[in-house]
Design a protein. Structure first.
Length: 97
């Protein structure tokens, strides 16, 4: 497994990044997804992620450690990006109705 997966639920597209990769992503301009789920402290550069993907929100699952989350939240706030921290706020629920 590469550490990156895309799945759809109805019209909602999720990108799951669970392993850091030096190979990076190859896209022709920003690739649109609805939500990016990050596991295992996998993303180090959120500015670069923002150049590769358009998205509504970053979701941090419970596998990310405290120090990583502090740094990531600081970066996301600086970039003006929305996020949901499962460790802090509990399950992420999408209202589809």
């Amino acid at each position: 497994m590469s550490g990156t997966e895309i799945f759809c639920s109805g019209q909602i597209v999720f990108l799951i990044i669970s392993k850091s990769s030096d190979r990076g992503f190859i896209t022709e301009g920003p690739f649109g997804v609805d939500y990016i789920i990050i596991s295992n402290n996998a993303v180090k550069d959120f500015a670069h992620l923002q150049k590769l993907f358009t998205f509504k929100k970053v979701i941090f699952d419970s596998s990310n450690d405290f120090y990583y989350l502090q740094q990531a939240v600081r970066d996301l706030n600086r970039l003006g990006l929305k996020y949901h921290n499962v460790k802090e706020k509990g399950a992420f629920i999408i209202d589809t109705g």
